[in-house]
Each structure stands twice: as structure tokens, then as C-alpha cells.
Design a protein around this ligand. Structure first.
Ligand code: SF4
Length: 296
């Protein structure tokens, strides 16, 4: 963290104005990411934003931080490599549902179980926006799209349930229509030690006439206004299933635990002989402190 931090949200703009359709949900994420970085006082030169392919994946062009646009679905492995090479960096992945849950699904799954200390933000609009609205991995059953003219017959993925059960240590959901809440969720995700994942309901106003801003406004409610305990694993799993069984959609932090070592900490400490290879994943505070002191 910089001692004399005086940057503003505007300072994190690249100077290239986004090419997204006016009103696209990606705009508020563009703003929310910058706001979170400013509030956490993370200097631009310590941030890398990695994307894949899709409308949302143009994001590195619009932020004045280090950026890398990879091939489709490969943002997570590239970000993992960057983070392992330099653990001083804040490494974010930003891409769409087609990218992360479709072609990049395997990388997503394994990043969760490895607990690599990166942040993955998924702009979830339930279609492939860039290629004009085909069905994606999250498109609900019955939805009419370019590739499902008689309605989708496939069950959609439930990415939050997958992330929680695969071992992610921070699992949350935001909504592009609530910028203040989204920025706060992203701030907590960036501040988290370990794999942080945020799914964002982000309407594609051009090719999805079903999951619109109004659709979500009528359904979302905030978890921090409920009794939900974010350390309750089974409670989080139950909540994540509400996407499919109820007409209410929770947003906020579903699940967060801080006591697990990250992949890079374990790799470092194994090499340094601080912990043996068969050490339990859940370490004591004291053990974690020893590792983090030596690692960072
Ligand atoms: S096509 Fe959809 S996702 Fe792509 S920029 Fe336009 S509104 Fe956004």
C-alpha cells in the first residue's frame, strides 16, 4: 500500500472510452473495480487485470493498470502464472459467463480448489453477447436465443454452488444495477486472502430481453441485511441454490473463510521446509502467520 496515496477513480481510466452498448451492465463494473482499487489504496502499477474473449473482456483496454487479454477462457491460468511469479501484485480476472463458465470452466474449477490468491469477476449476462446472443452455460431452461429458437433445453450451471463445493474461499454475487453494493463486494473480494470469486448479474441490454435490469431489481435482496453467516458452508450452498428454486436472488457474500493457506503460500512454504507436503489444509493462525511473514 502506498504511503502517499492520492489517486482518484478517474486516474484509473485508460483514456479509451468503452465500446460497450450504451446501458450495458459492464459500465458499472468498470466503475466499481476502479472504486474498489481506490478505496483500498492499491497503486495502478501493482494491479494486473487479465481477461479472455467477449464484450466484458475488453475491460483491460479501459483501465490504466497492467492488462492482458488472453484467448477464450484462459484468463484464470494466465492470472495464476502472473500471481505465482510476483505475489506482490493484485491480480484480477474479468470475463463473461461464456468465457469463464463455458470454455474456461475447467480452469475455474481448479482455481477454486487450489485457492490461488487471485480475484475472478464474472460479468454474467446469461448469453454470449459479443457473438450476438447465443445461449451460454448459465442460460435458463426455456430461454429463446439465436441458438435456441425453440427455447433452451439445457439445465444451466449454478456457478456459485460449484465454486463453494470446489473449495473457493470467497464466493459472492453482485448486481450491475447496484453500483454502491457492487463496489463494496469487489473491495472485500480484493482484500480477501485466497481465491475470491464474484459473479455479477450484468444485463446485456441488446441480446437478452429476459434477464434485464428490471428483472433483477424485482428479485435481488442483500445478504448483509439478513442473518446469513458467511462462514456457514451448508447455509451458503443452500443460498446459492435459490437461483433455481425461488424467485428471490441473494446478492452479497455467500461464503468466506480466511484460515486456509493459499496455493502460493503452500508452494513457498513447502519449498522452504516450513510445512511438510502432507500438512493439513486448515492451519493454525500461528502457522499461517509464520508462512505469510516469510512469504511476503
Ligand atoms: S452486446 Fe450486450 S454484453 Fe455486449 S456490449 Fe452490448 S449490451 Fe453489453
Amino acid at each position: 500500500m502506498s504511503k502517499e496515496f492520492n489517486l482518484t477513480i478517474k486516474d484509473y481510466e485508460s483514456g479509451f472510452f468503452p465500446t460497450w452498448c450504451p446501458g450495458c451492465g459492464n459500465f458499472s463494473q468498470w466503475r466499481a473495480i476502479r472504486q474498489a482499487l481506490v478505496e483500498l489504496e492499491i497503486p495502478k502499477e501493482e494491479v494486473v487485470l487479465v481477461s479472455g474473449i467477449g464484450c466484458s473482456s475488453h475491460m483491460p483496454n479501459f483501465l490504466d493498470v497492467y492488462g492482458l487479454q488472453t484467448v477464450h477462457g484462459r484468463g484464470i491460468p494466465a492470472a495464476t502464472g502472473i500471481r505465482l511469479a510476483n505475489p506482490e501484485l493484485t491480480v484480477l480476472v474479468y470475463a463473461g459467463d461464456g468465457d469463464i463458465y463455458g470454455i474456461g470452466g475447467n480452469h475455474f474449477l481448479h482455481a477454486c480448489r487450489r485457492n490461488v490468491d487471485i480475484i475472478t469477476i464474472v460479468s454474467n449476462n446469461f448469453v454470449y453477447g459479443l457473438t450476438t446472443g447465443q445461449a451460454s452455460a448459465t442460460t435458463p431452461v426455456g430461454t429463446y436465443t439465436r441458438t435456441t429458437p425453440r427455447g433452451s433445453i439445457e439445465n444451466p450451471l449454478n456457478p456459485l454452488t460449484i465454486a463453494i463445493s470446489a473449495g473457493a474461499t470467497f464466493v459472492a454475487r453482485g448486481f450491475s444495477g447496484d453500483l454502491k453494493h457492487l463496489a463494496q463486494v469487489l473491495k472485500e473480494a480484493i482484500d480477501h486472502r485466497g481465491f475470491a470469486y464474484v459473479d455479477v448479474f450484468s444485463p446485456c441490454i441488446t441480446f437478452n430481453k429476459n434477464q434485464t435490469f428490471d428483472y433483477f431489481r424485482e428479485r435481488v435482496y442483500k445478504l448483509d441485511e439478513t442473518e446469513h453467516d458467511k462462514e456457514d458452508y451448508f447455509g451458503a450452498l443452500d443460498l446459492s441454490n435459490q437461483r433455481f428454486v425461488k424467485d428471490k436472488l441473494p446478492i452479497g457474500i455467500f461464503y468466506q473463510i480466511e484460515h486456509k493457506t493459499t496455493y502460493e503460500e503452500r508452494d513457498f512454504s513447502l519449498n522452504q521446509g516450513i510445512i511438510p507436503a502432507h500438512a493439513p489444509l486448515d492451519l493454525t493462525e500461528e502457522q499461517i502467520e509464520t508462512i505469510t511473514e516469510e512469504f511476503y
